[in-house]
Design a binder for this molecule. Structure first.
Ligand SMILES: Cc1cc2nc3c(=O)[nH]c(=O)nc-3n(C[C@H](O)[C@H](O)[C@H](O)COP(=O)(O)OP(=O)(O)OC[C@H]3O[C@@H](n4cnc5c(N)ncnc54)[C@H](O)[C@@H]3O)c2cc1C
Length: 384
């Protein structure tokens, strides 16, 4: 068996689909399976932000252009304190370069383009792209267990017709989300904590299109409300508590609710991303608050990094490259979320006056780099 040419990917979410795309682009054979019958319904998409780092990563396969064409740009971020505007931050619209050698790469003279697109749309674009390359996701195929030897892994699957079958591969990559079987069966630890607070989200049609390209964060003592434009008159409303449709300042402008969901925020991280012939990518390795929109993007970056390491036979460097990045993002989202949830006097002062600091160029640039996912080291292969 060619050690680097028989890769088994568990999970066809954004991480697994990116890994399959990047491995195929690099000429490495892979099999990708998912226990679901197909991608999750489009209107139940969790992630929305496709950040600049992910745009750069998927440009090489030609997928960024398709995602940018299907997405919706954010032209300004509006920060509010108690419902009053504190600061408006302009963002540049995305312009795909027609001049650079790689015509799919977004041109970013100012590094500040933010694209909103439903996670389910990204998944569908990647599935179609893989299909065009002759790689099909094997749906209804659930990893039950796996064992590994010095030279191979053997995975056991349950299929929809009740059958069990075994497959042998050189490596198994767990892109199977927060409740990863690869992580559990592979003996990884996943330590961390959970916030007691329940958050709510609602995707809704608004009466008008005045906020068509705007992201609003409205902070109050102990409370936070956000709204993110998904389409001209469709927004995602988010609240760090229950009863979003009663409490959110935009609720009375909604004419139709498409999806509502509750979730709890947890922070968990593996100690290593790699044990023997198993590897982890995305939510299988790290989960954190959705504040900042980093989860899916971090998984896309894990997957593309691992594909490059497998091609160049440097896979033993994987933990060393990705663990510090996840630690940084977890720490940052934890601090931001704690600040949002706090009702202390100090936090109220910070929330009220903090946006004024964005007039300082360095602070402004740091904030934009964080929103765009450009605040962690640029992956080595992207700099070449
Ligand atoms: C409310 C909310 C909002 C969010 N907003 C954002 C955002 O704006 N930006 C952002 O970047 N992130 C966001 N996230 C996080 C983002 O949704 C996740 O980080 C992302 O889905 C992780 O992708 P993944 O491919 O690693 O895992 P998943 O998307 O969870 O995919 C895992 C796949 O593995 C499959 N699977 C699981 N177990 C098995 C098994 N045993 N065998 C076979 N298949 C299996 C599942 O069916 C699934 O398809 C948000 C999350 C939430 C909850």
């Amino acid at each position: 068996m060619d050690d680097h040419n028989n890769i088994l990917i568990i999970g066809a979410g954004p991480s697994g689909l990116t890994l399959a795309t990047e491995l195929t682009r690099r000429g490495i054979n892979c099999t990708i399976v998912d226990k679901a019958a197909g991608p999750a319904p489009l209107h139940e998409s969790r992630a929305l932000a496709f950040n600049a780092r992910s745009q750069d990563i998927l440009a090489a396969s030609g997928v960024t252009r398709q995602i940018c064409s299907a997405g919706h740009t954010i032209d300004q971020i509006r920060l509010c304190w108690n419902g009053s505007i504190s600061k408006e931050i302009p963002m540049l619209p995305i312009a795909l370069s027609t001049q650079s050698e790689n015509t799919d790469a977004p041109s970013r003279p100012d590094n500040n383009q933010l694209l909103i697109i439903r996670q389910g749309e990204i998944e569908r674009i990647l599935i179609r792209h893989l299909d065009s390359l002759g790689v099909q996701v094997q749906w209804n195929t659930e990893l039950a267990d796996f064992t590994q030897s010095d030279s191979a892994v053997t995975a056991t699957f349950n299929t929809a017709d009740g059958a069990t079958n075994n497959t042998t591969a050189s490596y198994i990559i767990g892109c199977d989300g927060a409740h990863s079987q690869v992580r559990t069966k592979g003996g990884y630890t996943f330590d961390g904590e959970s916030d007691p607070q329940t958050w709510t989200l609602a995707d809704a049609t608004l009466k008008d299109t005045s906020l068509a390209h705007t992201l609003i964060a409205d902070l109050r003592p102990g409370q936070a409300f956000a709204s993110i434009a998904i389409e001209d008159n469709i927004v995602r409303l988010i609240h760090n508590g229950p009863n979003i449709l009663q409490l959110h300042p935009m609720a009375d402008r909604c004419t139709k609710i498409h999806w509502q969901s509750e979730f709890r925020v947890s922070y968990r991280l593996v100690k290593r991303y790699h044990r023997g012939r198993s590897f982890l990518c995305g939510d299988a390795a790290h989960i954190h608050s959705p504040v900042g929109g980093r989860g899916m993007n971090l998984g896309i970056e894990d997957a593309a990094t691992l594909a490059w390491l497998l091609e160049t036979e440097q896979e033993s460097s994987y933990t060393g490259l990705r663990l510090p990045v996840a630690k940084k993002v977890l720490k940052m989202t934890h601090q931001q979320t704690t600040q949002m949830n706090s009702s202390s006097m100090i936090s109220s002062v910070a929330k009220k006056y903090g946006p004024k600091l964005l007039s300082i160029p360095y602070v402004n640039r740091s904030m934009k780099n964080s929103v765009l996912g450009l605040d962690t080291p640029t992956p080595e292969w992207l700099t070449k």
